[in-house]
Design a protein around this ligand. Sequence first.
Ligand SMILES: [Zn+2]
Ligand SMILES: [Zn+2]
Length: 111
Amino acid sequence: MDAPQAVRARQQERYLEIDWGEGHVSVYPYGYLREHCECAVCRDEWTGERRGSGAVTGQDLTITSVELVGNYAIRIRWSDGHDTGLYTWEHLRSLCRCTRCAPIGKSDETE
Ligand SMILES: [Zn+2]
Ligand SMILES: [Zn+2]
């Protein structure tokens, strides 16, 4: 999986924007990203069950920094101090909800 061309945290709009190149841009609202954190704190390694409360997706949560990890992932530091979650490119791609990645069956629009 290739690294994206750019990763931008849009603090005003509260979403993370990832530009994969070739016109493919993914947008991840902060709450959505945090909900999909795969770290051992958020997700039980054995059962796959999510831990903690949904309260964490609260309105005040922001990203304080995004750090590249090798060439395969980013580490997101949240305003509540949570920083153990790694988001691999692969994971981020699978979370993308754009029409290209997650076509909505309802629409019959042709490209
Ligand atoms: Zn986590
Ligand atoms: Zn996409």
